[in-house]
Design a binder for this molecule. Structure first.
Ligand code: SF4
Length: 283
């Protein structure tokens, strides 16, 4: 990561606390650009640019969870209704916050006013793909935790590197070929690496004493999981509690120290939801 040195001297005092736990989402956001982390997560007075893909992702997760928690018995119509209900609620909340659609992010050249109805239709199709995929592969089931719970959107909390880390794992899956793995649902292309899956696996292993070292992404765009992955850290490091503990300890220390240097690049800044508020943007 290229850092600007010295870091900005104009940081306004954060209007939010640093929080009591850390997560993969925080780790990944800080790695991308610490200054964007500060603007989006530490300041209430900065208007983040809304988009339609986050409501799409939230609604697909909610629909999948609803269907899984029904023991995969809920009707297709009921699952579609769940998707629509959550998607509309999320979009409406964002519209209330930022009514001007011209300020919303575009998606691959599609403006928000077209992207919002497009993603409703796309998401409903993906709900169908999800049900169809597991209908064809009924031997892939949510793992049952020792507490007797199906491991869906499963919240786990552990200490790594002296830091409280929380993970909400989309699914801990009992796989007929690979044993117990972690699976994350994505609406579109998954990342190249497996860092996020590594965090989920390590947290699960710490809590339950499992030995998960494989994971995959179920991809809504394709209606099926991508390749199975041997889990690794951000740059291919061994996926271990020590490795992650080190990562989370550094993140926690940087956040508590108010260390938020900008990390500008054309690609990062173009898709940054707070670039309108950033004096360091590279676009
Ligand atoms: S515009 Fe670029 S440098 Fe500024 S916060 Fe966003 S990603 Fe960071």
């Amino acid at each position: 990561m290229t850092m600007i040195d010295p870091p900005p001297k104009t940081l306004t005092a954060p209007t939010r606390t640093t929080g009591e736990h850390r997560s993969y989402s925080q780790l990944s956001a800080y790695e991308r650009c610490p200054y964007a982390y500060y603007l989006t997560r530490m300041r209430d007075d900065i208007e983040e640019r809304p988009d339609a893909w986050r409501p799409h992702g939230t609604a697909l997760h909610a629909a999948a969870e609803f269907w899984e928690r029904s023991g995969r018995t809920a009707s297709r119509t009921a699952v579609e209704e769940k998707f629509t209900e959550v998607y509309k609620a999320e979009i409406n909340a964002e519209l209330e916050r930022v009514p001007n659609l011209d300020y919303w992010a575009w998606s691959g050249g599609i403006k928000a006013e077209d992207d919002i109805p497009r993603r409703l239709a796309l998401g409903l199709a993906q709900v169908g793909y999800y049900i169809d995929y597991y209908g064809l592969n009924p031997d892939q089931q949510p793992w049952t935790t020792p507490e007797g719970e199906p491991a869906i959107e499963h919240r786990l909390e552990v200490d790594l590197g002296g830091v409280r880390v929380v993970a909400i794992v989309d699914m801990i899956l009992s796989h007929p070929k690979h044993g117990i793995i972690v699976r994350d649902n994505k609406i579109s292309n998954p990342p190249a690496g497996s860092h996020q899956l590594c965090v989920y696996a390590v947290v699960t292993n710490e809590v339950y004493g499992t030995a998960i070292d494989l994971g995959d992404y179920w991809v809504g765009k394709k209606g099926k999981p991508g390749r199975i992955r041997h889990l690794a850290g951000r740059s291919g490091e061994q996926c271990t509690p020590d490795y992650l503990g080190n990562q989370f300890a550094k993140l926690d220390a940087n956040i508590k120290a108010g260390n938020f240097p900008p990390n500008p690049s054309g690609t990062t800044c173009r898709s940054c939801s707070v670039n309108a508020h950033c004096p360091f943007r590279a676009i």
